[in-house]
Design a protein around this ligand. Sequence first.
Ligand code: SF4
Length: 319
Amino acid sequence: MSEIKKKNIISEIKRIKAKKNAIILAHYYQTEDIQDIADFVGDSLALSQKAASNDADIILFAGVKFMAETAKILAPEKKVLLPDMNAGCSLADSCKPEDLKKLIEANPGRTVVSYVNTTAEIKAMSDIICTSSNAVQIINSLPLEEKIIFAPDRNLGNYVLNQTGRDIIVFNGACHVHEEFSVEEILKLKDRYRDAKIIVHPECELPVRMIADYIGSTAALLKFTKNDNGNCYIVATEPGIIHQMKKENPQKIYIPAPPKDSTCGCNECSFMKLITMEKIYKCLKNEKPEILIDKTILIAAQKPIRRMMEISEKLAFSK
Ligand code: SF4
């Protein structure tokens, strides 16, 4: 797209947003230009909180479907738009309701803690939701005798299990992006950049987590690079976050961790990148595609998300 066309589209987006009392919420894995036009940029937890607490009539979600669904669950009276309904998530898709149902039935009495990266239907089957920012704290907030099923991410689940030492059965799902990072390639980079710190998202596989200097959610990695006294970071999560890292500390060096297959570019989330400026413009103008959720599922999904938000708020106040 030419620069002039892009500028025109951006000014139209701003005009329509103001006219329709709409806001754009963008995830950290969106492209730089989309992050820059958003009213709010954040991780899943922050975006859920923002969706629940604003005066807009329309929320346009620049992210993937489960995130837009979460916004709709928390703000059912608002119109929630997703510019491309194909913007799914391999992790959310890896957890089918019938498979989770089987696991729950085979292990009765366990509390079901589901990661926010799940469909509305899976959320409706859960007791409590968590994000990668608060998963450890959410599990630690549950009584010690409580046994847990964690769904759907096996890497985050195993990380949480190790951090908490709790009795947790982990569902066998995964994110195709976070399982793509190559230990060998990261170590080669580390050889070239001796002072670099390896910072890793907990959805990455154990061998990558084992070589990490720091493990944390996307928001935690951003905070780490902001406050840390180092100067160079090898970043093992979706590289979209590097835009915010550069904004916070432009003088530091950020190197995206390479994928196992150097030809595929698969350390980027192809679902996130389906959202484009043109699609945002059309979506705001036409007010579609719109997220619609069956009312029974929506009501059932509210409870576990609200439980997470209440615990997160209490934890924030107790810090
Ligand atoms: S990066 Fe992974 S978990 Fe996040 S939206 Fe993309 S596929 Fe889903």
